[in-house]
Design a protein around this ligand. Sequence first.
Ligand SMILES: Nc1ncnc2c1ncn2[C@@H]1O[C@H](COP(=O)(O)OP(=O)(O)OP(=O)(O)O)[C@@H](O)[C@H]1O
Ligand SMILES: [Mg+2]
Length: 500
Amino acid sequence: MPFLQVKHVSKTFGSVKALSRVSLHVDRGEVLAIAGENGAGKSTLMKIMTGVYQPDRGGEIWIDGVQVEHLTGTAHARELGVCIIYQELSVVDNLTIAENIFLSKEIANAFGFLDRRAMHAQTRQLLDSLDMHLDPDTRVANLSVGQKQMVEIAKAISNHSKIVIMDEPTASLSHHEATVLKETIRKLRSDGIGIIYITHRLEEIFDLADRVTVLRDGACVDTLPVEQLDRARLVRMMVDREQDDLYGGYHCHATQTVALEAKGLTLKHRTAHTAPVRDCSFRVHEGEILGFFGLVGAGRTELMEMIFGLRAYDGSIELGGRPVAIRSPRAAIGGGLGFVTEDRKAGGLVLGMNIRENFSLTHLEAYSTLQFINRLAETVACQKFVQRLGIKTPSVEQTTGNLSGGNQQKVVISKWVARSPKILIVDEPTRGIDIAAKADVHRLLQELAARGMAIIVVSSDLPEVLAICDRVIVVREGAIAAELPRSLATQHTVMEAAAA
Ligand SMILES: Nc1ncnc2c1ncn2[C@@H]1O[C@H](COP(=O)(O)OP(=O)(O)OP(=O)(O)O)[C@@H](O)[C@H]1O
Ligand SMILES: [Mg+2]
């Protein structure tokens, strides 16, 4: 009897059938990967297994040999040994690591006071068992995303979880952090913990998983041991296109006309959380796709935020040969810049608004005359993008918060693209996006370049940078470490320049 099992689980949201009769099981000591396109139903299934959503009638959840009639929520699931780690981490920033781990189960000493020493010692032990050499008294705010995730995992283990669910855990981790996480997962597995692992990075599946369940359009396509799969077969199971369709060819559209030139850009106000960006000079041309590669924390995002008027800078910026002072995003947009931000929640989307409203948010003026918003034109334009990027939604009136993660990302991209900026900055454009949609985004960027748009792609995904960029700038510790034309940019040369 596997530890966790679901049978014939369906879930309907209004007119959307998110899951239909899905069955799967996972046991202690194994890694089950869940693969599928954006909107396939992966996150919904995990939320059902942890009581966040209730399944439609007829579905069954079995934990440790017992059918659970009504799973009331994550706390209930945790009590039964099933715990979920979300990508939006739930650790509390202004508490220490130990306080986070003991949140809601503090140890009291004989006098009824919190026994800080015992909490500290137990946390120490827990962190050591994960090869995490951090002081339990460190405030979580001072940790990197990867370290925060480790704290979540430590917390899960401290709750004696038998099954740990991870929904796209590596999406915002650096290469090194992702490697550490993989090691931790292997260790958990050998300690008898079962892992459900959702990812869009296929190499991680082959690296980590024992079995793979593929979902497509809310239905379970199949579950197979990883030995019986190769990349091509897995892709075929996930999407109903041939893999060849997934790779658009590369064409260079770069011209000699400089669209943007940055001279000696240096970050003005540095804090403990910003990279020391200094003396960055570069040009991007019309029709060019310029890549910015670097390890997480190298300062690429800060650099883009300076150009977009979100951070004060020293140095100068020229647009189309004319010096400009960019002191606000409004000024940047006025100068013809667009910015698809890395963090869709913070910068890109209002989750409570529907797709159409989010879509028009940055470019209202294009659709409004005399304060009157042309709803029809807006809807038509928005629908075009929904179709073009394959955004999975019943209509443009759907609340964006109800879209799957990858589909939210596509909305962010489309709203900026629709504004036709002269220079488009995209920061981690395909994070959380499935492989088929990734190809669509790459094709879209190529088309925009062909129309003369200058495009800056910031990405930690090296194969992506190498596939679509005409030129690659490598950022290391806040400075430009190398500039490589496409012909010289390889896995090796780029990584060598990026590594400290
Ligand atoms: N609360 C909700 N209300 C309405 N529809 C929803 C809700 N939650 C999910 N959906 C819909 O259910 C479908 C499955 O979404 P889900 O988030 O499970 O996909 P996913 O496989 O996790 O995708 P991704 O890889 O993009 O994260 C999508 O069409 C989504 O829009
Ligand atoms: Mg998801």
